[in-house]
Write a protein that binds this ligand. Structure first.
Ligand SMILES: *Cc1c(COP(=O)(O)O)cnc(C)c1O
Length: 373
């Protein structure tokens, strides 16, 4: 079998959930497990996080999968339902729904549901993606409040800049002004806000929520701040092996486009992992301009036989290349860590001009997964 493997640690998930609890002790935890548990496997992740108070997903199918796997806590559809039939099904499975638009309120008003649903009324505080504007909020709230198909209401917003220097002050102020004088549980903080802005999850009404995603998987929500700084542990180890070794003489190159040319005798390891597995093609020497490539800057770290080294050249569909010159003991079969405990997925992402979120979600179907408990 091709040696690539994604190993998922449920112990790391439990540890990271405890970190969320430490930062946000007074809130209920809605573990965000959308996108197949950020690429880690929905049901396995939910198993690891089974002491969370709720799970948030996008699709009704994912929500039903959680119910059918036996999870009884809150399950929330982050974009709500897309039609009346979905609303009936959601109600029959006791799935909570976000309400962010007038058509979704109309569906609730017209529906005949098995039982009323819990709604999370979304307010737009500056992201300008989903949600009611501050001026439309009270009207929406009073319609939901009067609706017989609504069991409970939670007031929700999503911060556009919790991970940026400007922070959440303005959005939080907008939220507080908008909801002044009405008393409901709230749901505000994503990972970045949980870690950086206690004011988004302290002194909030009973039964209020935080919505951590990326931090549960042990990656950082904030560029430049390593996850380890928050004592988060990576949940996924993406590993493979060396499947060939080549010796380049000075002037010889490796891979498509000859993007790496040796300046001295160089031992190159060929790793069974490429962009079709989800490793970013734009990592390292393909990401930046020709001058930085010429200087061999922005190499991506990679661990071979427990030693840190760097990738070389252009990532191909099924393989990538690394420098074994200083690791003479590494031969065919030597173990490789693409990301995990020694190489943060955030660092690989950074050299590819993206974020850990994208890489974790993009590990492809052909990569086998193994769960450790
Ligand atoms: C994805 C998402 C989250 C989680 O965000 P992280 O940055 O991964 O913590 C929280 N709330 C909403 C509405 C989301 O879409």
């Amino acid at each position: 079998m091709r040696p690539i493997l994604a190993t998922i640690s449920l112990a790391a998930l439990r540890h990271n959930l405890a970190v969320v609890k430490k930062y946000a002790p007074s809130a209920k935890i809605m573990a965000v497990v959308k996108a197949n548990g950020y690429g880690h496997g929905l049901i396995d992740v939910a198993q690891g996080l089974n002491t969370a108070d709720g799970f948030a997903v996008l699709g009704l199918n994912e929500a039903i999968d959680l119910r059918e796997a036996g999870f009884e806590q809150t399950v929330l559809l982050l974009e709500g339902v897309f039609n009346a039939e979905e609303l009936s099904v959601a109600a029959s499975f006791a799935i909570d729904v976000v309400v962010h638009s007038v058509p979704q309120i109309e569906m609730l008003e017209r529906a005949h549901l098995a039982k009323p649903v819990c709604v999370h009324l979304k307010i737009n505080t500056g992201m300008n993606r989903l949600g009611f504007t501050p001026s439309d909020f009270l009207k929406a709230l009073s319609r939901l409040d009067a609706c017989k198909n609504v069991a409970t209401i939670t007031l929700m917003t999503h911060f556009a800049t919790a991970d940026e220097d400007v922070g959440i002050a303005s959005a939080l102020q907008t939220f507080q002004n908008t909801t002044h004088g009405v008393h409901y549980p709230v749901s505000l903080a994503n990972s970045a806000a949980i870690l950086r802005y206690p004011e988004s999850h302290t002194n909030i009404a009973n039964n209020s929520w935080v919505r951590p995603g990326i931090m549960l998987y042990g990656a950082s929500p904030i560029g430049g701040l390593p996850a380890a700084q928050f004592e988060l542990k990576p949940v996924m180890q993406l590993t493979s092996e060396i499947i060939s070794v080549q010796i380049l003489q000075a002037g010889e190159s490796v891979g498509y486009g000859n993007r790496f040319t040796a300046t001295k005798t160089t031992r190159v390891g060929i790793v069974a992992c490429g962009y079709a597995d989800g490793y970013p093609r734009h990592a390292g020497q393909d990401a930046f301009n020709v001058e930085s490539v010429a200087k061999n800057q922005y190499d991506t770290p990679i661990v071979v036989a427990n030693k840190m080294t760097r990738t070389l050249g252009r990532v191909s569909m099924d393989m990538l290349f690394c420098d074994l010159t200083e690791i003479p003991e590494a031969n065919i079969g030597a173990p490789v860590e693409l990301w995990g405990n020694h190489v943060s997925v955030d660092v690989v992402a950074e050299t590819a001009g993206t974020v850990g979120y994208e890489l974790l979600c993009a590990v492809s179907k052909r990569v086998p997964f193994k769960v450790i408990y």
